[in-house]
Design a binder for this molecule. Structure first.
Ligand code: MLC
Length: 458
């Protein structure tokens, strides 16, 4: 039986910050929720469900805490909204979006808010406390079994560093490819007003780049390799998810909700065309093999199959880039290195390799290196071409170039995908003719995968 179509009706994200006074994750989430409702031209009373995830900074019952702080359920006309809280770490942005879609399709809700945020910058959560919680999330100091030793602290960078070393050791990537990816992320991040590197007007209501002056990119691949503080043998600090405070929200509903809010002046709905989810172990098995990527490959395949589409139709890509190795692997799994329409479509133009990370990683690495060579000069100044057209990947900067509030980043990707598919990214940032986006969330160390295909104007 065909599933009911479900849409994104509104999307909004706060600025990302890492300095100034400590931020409160719940307050950030409330701000994002109100921004998304305003964007959708809807009232909080029209929501009948809220989907969120636990924060690193907060405690239990995250959804109830947020609903109460946002004043949901205060109307006498509606019951308290249904709350769902998913423990999926970095996969949460997409996993929660798919959960919201399932609530609408099952008839349990007609309009659902998906809200995620956290406050994990050093301004809000001192590094020692951050590492105690982040290390614990992936097994802690004692590891899980004698056969699976604990990762040394900082455990998350160490786990991803091992994946990068696996790819380098197998000759699948060159070290410079990883730095090239981070350099491109920094370039996009520097052009987005809401990210840590962006210079948007503080307090403006939604990221809008129409009046945003071009900022030179901060980092070339060469600078990253020469000056980046080593965090592991194959990772510098500039190749780590950049801790940040911030929140994102989207409003999801079916055809009824689209009709109920009317037409004129409302942003066009974005169809959630397909979704795929898959789980893996908490940390990849030792010794590492290409099988570590199987959940990612399965989630991508599920999303494409349901959307009845494939890489040739995708215009803008949102791989989860907590570390360059995950982004390049996801681009390979998504088939982003395949040429489209016979030309060098995004990004790069290499060997068609959709489906297998091991088969596509080398092409993804080469694509990143050649895009970085064209777009970023060695001194870090801007190259000639438009980054959004030449490298339509994480156009908001992702986790490396934009910022990473723990479990929320993939929802920032969903918000940016909506901005791109609505054609609202502004001069210098808009991917020309963007109609289809693919967004990935990755939790833990490849522990949880969620992928969504989004389509404009249906
Ligand atoms: C950090 N900095 C960056 C950067 N990363 N600048 C540019 N690009 C990047 N990618 C900057 C910071 O903004 C800060 O600038 C300075 O470098 C120092 O960063 P810090 O974090 O304050 O340093 P420190 O306290 O020494 O901690 C280093 C660290 C930590 C490596 C232990 O940064 C860390 O653990 N990072 C990884 C975070 C992480 O893994 N998150 C989860 C991703 S995995 P300034 O100007 O303020 O000094 C995931 C999946 C999941 O998302 O499920 O969780």
């Amino acid at each position: 039986m065909p599933r009911l179509p479900v849409f994104i009706l509104g999307a909004w994200a706060t600025h990302l910050t890492s300095s100034g006074p400590p931020r409160n994750a719940v307050f950030l989430c409330v701000a994002a929720l109100h921004g998304a409702l305003k964007d959708a031209r809807m009232r909080a009373t029209s929501l009948d469900a809220l989907v969120t995830a636990p924060t690193l900074a907060g405690g239990a019952l995250a959804g109830h805490r947020l609903a109460q702080a946002a004043g949901l359920g205060l109307s006498e006309r509606r019951p308290f909204p249904l709350i769902r809280s998913l423990d999926a770490c970095g996969a949460a942005g997409v996993a929660c979006l798919l959960e919201a879609r399932a609530l609408v399709q099952s008839g349990a809700a007609s309009a659902v808010a998906v809200v995620l945020g956290d406050a994990v910058s050093s301004a809000s959560l001192p590094t020692a406390a951050f590492l105690e919680r982040a290390d614990a999330a992936v097994g802690g100091a004692h590891g899980l079994t004698p056969a699976q030793p604990a990762l040394p602290s900082p455990a998350i960078p160490a786990g991803y560093d091992a994946l990068a070393a696996w790819a380098l050791g197998g000759g699948l990537l060159a070290r410079a490819d990883l730095a090239a990816y981070a350099s491109l992320a920094a370039l996009h991040g520097s052009r987005h007003p809401g990210g840590l590197a962006g210079k948007g007007k503080q307090g403006e209501e939604r990221p809008s780049t129409s009046d945003y002056p071009h900022q030179p990119p901060a980092l070339s691949a060469d600078t990253i390799l020469r000056t980046g503080r080593p965090v592991g043998p194959a990772t510098t600090l500039f190749e780590c998810a950049r801790r940040a405070d911030g929140a994102a929200a989207v409003i999801v509903g079916g055809a009824d909700a689209v009709r109920a809010r009317g037409g004129g002046g409302r942003p066009p709905p974005i169809l959630i065309a397909g979704g795929g989810r898959a789980s893996g172990p908490l940390t990849p098995a030792h010794p590492l093999t290409a099988a570590a990527w199987a959940p990612l490959e399965a989630a991508v395949a599920g999303a494409y199959a349901e959307a009845r589409t494939g890489p040739a139709d995708v215009d803008v890509w949102f791989p989860y880039d907590c570390y360059p190795i995950t982004a390049l692997a996801a681009l390979a799994a998504m088939g982003a290195v395949a040429p489209r329409g016979g030309g060098a479509r995004a990004p790069g133009g290499g060997v068609p390799s959709f489906g297998s990370v091991a088969a596509g990683l080398a092409a993804a690495g080469r694509a990143a290196s050649s895009a970085a060579a064209a777009l970023v000069d060695p001194g870090g100044g801007p190259g000639a071409s438009s980054p959004a057209a030449a490298w339509p990947v994480n156009t908001h900067g992702g986790l490396l170039g934009g910022g990473a509030p723990w479990a929320a980043p993939a929802l920032f990707s969903v918000v940016e995908a909506a901005v791109q598919l609505r054609g609202e990214a502004g001069v210098g940032r808009q991917v020309p003719g963007a109609r289809v986006a693919v967004v990935q969330g990755n939790g833990g160390i490849l522990s949880e995968q969620a992928v969504a295909v989004l389509r404009a104007g249906e």
